[in-house]
Design a protein around this ligand. Structure first.
Ligand SMILES: *Cc1c(COP(=O)(O)O)cnc(C)c1O
Length: 399
């Protein structure tokens, strides 16, 4: 078990004393991960249906990713963005290859990628001589924890403790095109959406809604930003969620699933939009470092070579089919939402927190959003047999 010397109770003590009181954690400490499995300090094995929070798509400690990071660390860890480095530029060209985008900028988190997207959208408008800086986002959205991305996040209860928030954001109900039209005016520089809202409870955008928004944005030269921090990289049964609906954004942000757990945020944009940034207008000390980019390149390679996008779609459909059967059997299940391996089970009663704790006792890691939604974000490499094993436990707990 490596270098672990403290038990769970000792860690809880340290957390209660020395860590800021920002997280409510589950009562477990993991010391090892391999593929879809995790082990705690007592040696108990768990099936992971969460992957971090949709981070470890290729599975824990994938040997190809671990080797790529190790090799990079042994030759070069850091030099700053004052110099050219191969992993960063190879990764930028790879992302351009597999997406609508032409150019990338690398930061260290989802929030930072979204900060970059907001700056880029404002810059794009300003260069065109427009006094447009407002960004329209959806209620229930989640775009990050920095002040600007918190202002973008359409969740008043998360915002209120930190008011006043930076200005320039308007929120509209999701999938209501008329509500969006009402908010668009000469001050609007962008519309920013998650193709499937993640933290808000796994609520997908309608295809027709996104198509109408795309047309509206084209008409008025307003940018369409897709926050694919959670949906990105194979999670929804497509490499990127926008590909599943056939609506391309002008800007896309990535983070969670792209580097298997090393910190990364990617701002991706079309050539025309990318060129709005001039040298010196945006930057990052750590962003796009050699090790994290080597990890991302290896992660994408594994996703491609192991057919994980297809697996995500196939296994996702299998889970939905089984969950619908559980729902029909008159259980607590109210609704199943999501795509691929980004799924939510909404319950008729507020029992999600208790069920997630019960699952943990049974050796299954899942997540609840509020007390009515159970969220599943399993590794993209999960098998049908593993899913069946987990769902039979879930069915027992949920009925
Ligand atoms: C997690 C998440 C973020 C924030 O990412 P961090 O890396 O925690 O800053 C932003 N947008 C979406 C859609 C997310 O799911």
């Amino acid at each position: 078990m490596g270098t672990v010397t403290m038990n769970l109770n000792e860690l809880i003590q340290l957390d209660n004393t020395y860590h800021m009181t920002t997280y409510s954690r589950l009562p477990v400490t993991f010391v090892k991960g391999k593929g879809t499995r995790l082990w705690d300090d007592t040696g108990k094995e768990y099936l992971d249906l969460l992957s971090g929070i949709g981070v470890v798509g290729v599975g824990h400690c994938h040997p190809v990713v671990v080797d790529a990071i190790k090799n990079q660390l042994e030759s070069l860890m850091h030099v700053s963005n004052l110099f050219y480095t191969e992993p960063q530029l190879e990764l930028a060209s790879k992302i351009a290859d597999i997406s609508f985008g032409d150019r990338c900028f690398f930061g260290n988190s989802g929030a930072e990628a979204n900060e970059g997207a907001i700056k880029l959208a404002r810059r794009y408008a300003k260069i065109r001589g427009k006094d447009a800086y407002e960004i329209i986002t959806a209620f229930r959205s989640f775009h990050g924890r920095t002040m600007k991305t918190l202002a973008a996040t359409g969740q008043p209860d998360k915002q209120r403790p930190f008011e006043p928030l930076p200005p320039g954001f308007k929120h509209v109900p999701l999938n209501d095109i008329e509500a969006l039209k009402k908010e668009i005016n000469g001050k609007t520089c962008a519309v920013m959406l998650e193709v499937i809202q993640g933290e808000g409870g796994v609520y997908p955008c309608d295809e027709s809604y996104l198509k109408e928004i795309r047309a509206l944005c084209d008409e008025r030269d307003i940018l369409l930003i897709f926050d694919e921090v959670q949906t990105g990289i194979g999670r929804t049964g497509n490499m990127f969620a926008y590909q599943g609906i056939g609506v391309e954004p002008d800007i896309m942000t990535l983070a969670k699933g792209i580097a298997s757990g090393l910190p990364i945020g990617v701002l991706v944009a079309s050539e025309k939009v990318s060129l709005s940034f001039k040298p010196g207008e945006h930057g990052s000390t750590f962003g796009g470092g050699p090790a994290v980019c080597a990890a991302a390149l290896a992660t994408i390679k594994v996703i491609e070579e192991e057919g994980l996008v297809d697996n995500s779609r196939k296994i996702g459909a299998h889970i939905v089919q089984k969950l619908e059967a559980i729902k029909e059997s008159g259980s607590l299940v109210k609704e199943i939402r999501g795509a691929g391996l980004m799924l939510a089970i909404e319950l008729k009663e507020g029992k999600a927190g208790g069920i997630v704790l019960d699952l943990l006792k049974e050796g299954i890691v899942a997540n609840n959003i509020g007390n009515t939604i159970i969220r599943l974000l399993p590794p993209l490499c999960i098998t049908k047999a593993e899913v069946d094993e987990a769902l039979s436990v879930l069915e027992r707990l949920i009925v």
